[in-house]
Structure formats: C-alpha cells, structure tokens
Design a protein around this ligand. Structure first.
Ligand code: SAM
Length: 257
C-alpha cells in the first residue's frame, strides 16, 4: 500500500500496487501497461474509469488538453496555456484576481469561464450570484472531467452559460451586475474582447460604483514597450472607467464613478 492522490492533489488515498497493476479504490485497476503509458506521456492528465483509461484531451478545431501543475491543472488550447503558472498557481491566481473586486453579496459576471477557477473563487468569496460565460463547448467538456472544476457545475451560486460573451452582454439589461472579472484569451484569439465596444457594454452592465478586474498579461515589445496595456487602459477610460494597474496580477482594476 502507498499513499497518493488520484484527483490531482485535492485528496490523498491509500492504493495497492501488485504485479497486476495499481488497484484504484472503486475505479478498477490500472494495469502495468497502462501505468507505463501514463508515465511515458508526461504533462498529461488521465481519467481512469472501470475498464477505461484515457487522457483528458479533445481534438477539434483546436487541440485541448488538461495539463497538470503542482496545484490545479491548466488547460492548453493548441499549445497555449490558459492560466498563469510562473510565479503563481492557477487556482491561487484566480482567487487573488477575484479578491480585487468581489465582496460578499455582489453579483458577478465572469466573461471567460475556462475551467471555472475565477467563478469558483468569486462564489467562495461570498458573491451572491456568479454568471460565467464560456464560448467553447470543448473547454466546458474538459472542465467537466477536471476535479478542480467540480464546484463550477455544482455550486448553486454559479450559473454557467455557453455563449459568446459579446453576444451575451448585448442581451443583458443596464446595471445587471455589480462586478466583472474579465480574463480573456490573448488578443490574437479574441481581439473583440479588448475593444471599445466591449468595454462600453461592460460599463453599461455595471453602472455606477461597478468594478472590473481585467487580465491583460504583460505583453512588452522593444519597439512598442507596454503600448498594448496602455491601449486597453485608454479604451477603458474612454468607456468611463477609472483604471489602476495590478502589476502582480498582470491586470487592471477599473471602477465606474
Ligand atoms: C484565459 S481563459 C479563462 C480562464 C478562467 N478565468 C478560469 O478560471 O479557468 C479564456 C477563456 O475564454 C474563452 N473565450 C474565448 N473567447 C470567448 C468569448 N468570446 N466569449 C466567452 N468565452 C470566450 C476561451 O475558450 C477560454 O476558455
């Protein structure tokens, strides 16, 4: 018998290793050949069910893959990681980002749901309601297989909406939310999520006193310096927000007077 985690570090179990393989309580057995496959794969999460073992990945228009870290896993979409893992950890970083704007009892819009970490963090910080919008059904399918995302689908304070954020926003009434967490993919994968029209919609949905956390990353070029973040800041100001940088989170905290 030895002690290990079968759910990516959320809990520990005693498992038994015999020449026939690894005996997984209630989930059958991982054979020696399967264990060799897991070991050889590297950077891959496998789902074990009775009689079946498969990597948590999907080939679609893009290639989606759940990738382990030393905390919650991240998702890679065609090789691009969707969470920060350098100097921070996905779940810890989601909580720190949510903490900049979420207070007990507020209603939160999470514009880019992903694996649901920011939505879960907002709900655990006491938000009364979190509406989390994710456009990509493959991302949601991966999240459903991720033990760290379980709360995303079961916490009664969280509503997951499969939709394009820009379209979803347009259909919502003025002042519908108190807070927004905006954690978009990089610009090349979703330019409209960084545009003036999107920011005007956020301002409309938030109304007076509303607050926004906007992840921007830290793109820097020798030629243009941090002009990308300056551009985002200017467009947010034009939409009515006052803006300050949250360097440690690679983002901006914005507020409507
Ligand atoms: C950086 S990840 C968000 C990670 C998320 N905050 C979490 O806690 O796991 C960006 C996500 O935005 C989604 N996305 C991209 N364009 C979108 C859009 N127009 N509307 C909604 N979601 C979008 C992507 O599929 C991806 O899952």
């Amino acid at each position: 018998m030895f002690d290990c985690s079968l759910d990516l570090g959320l809990s520990r179990q005693q498992v038994q290793l015999t020449p026939q393989g690894l005996h997984l309580a209630g989930r059958g057995k991982g054979t020696a050949a399967e264990l060799r496959e897991v070991a050889a794969a590297g950077r891959t999460v496998f789902l074990f069910e009775v009689g079946r073992m498969a990597p948590v990945q999907i080939s679609g228009d893009y290639f989606y893959k759940l990738v382990p870290t030393d905390e919650a896993p991240t998702i890679e979409i065609s090789g691009i990681q969707m969470h920060r893992t350098t100097g921070t950890r996905p779940f810890q970083n989601a909580r720190a980002s949510a903490l900049t704007v979420v207070r007990k009892g507020v209603s939160v819009l999470d514009t880019c749901g992903g694996l649901g970490y920011t939505a879960i963090a907002a709900a655990r910080l006491g938000a009364a309601q979190v509406v989390s919008v994710e456009v990509d059904p493959n991302v949601l399918a991966i999240a459903r297989q991720n033990p760290w995302s379980a709360d995303y689908f079961t916490n009664p304070a969280i509503t997951v909406v499969e939709a394009d954020s820009a379209e979803f926003l347009a259909g919502q009434p003025d002042g519908r939310f108190d807070r927004v967490i905006h954690d978009p993919p990089r610009f090349s994968r979703g330019g409209e999520l960084y545009g003036g029209e999107f920011y005007r919609q956020l301002a409309r949905l938030l109304g007076r006193g509303g607050r926004l956390f906007h992840y921007t990353g830290k793109p820097y070029s020798r030629r243009h310096g941090d002009s990308f973040v300056r551009g985002v800041t200017e467009r947010l100001r034009a939409a009515g927000f006052s803006v300050r940088r949250a360097e440690h989170l690679q983002g901006l905290v914005a507020r409507l007077a």
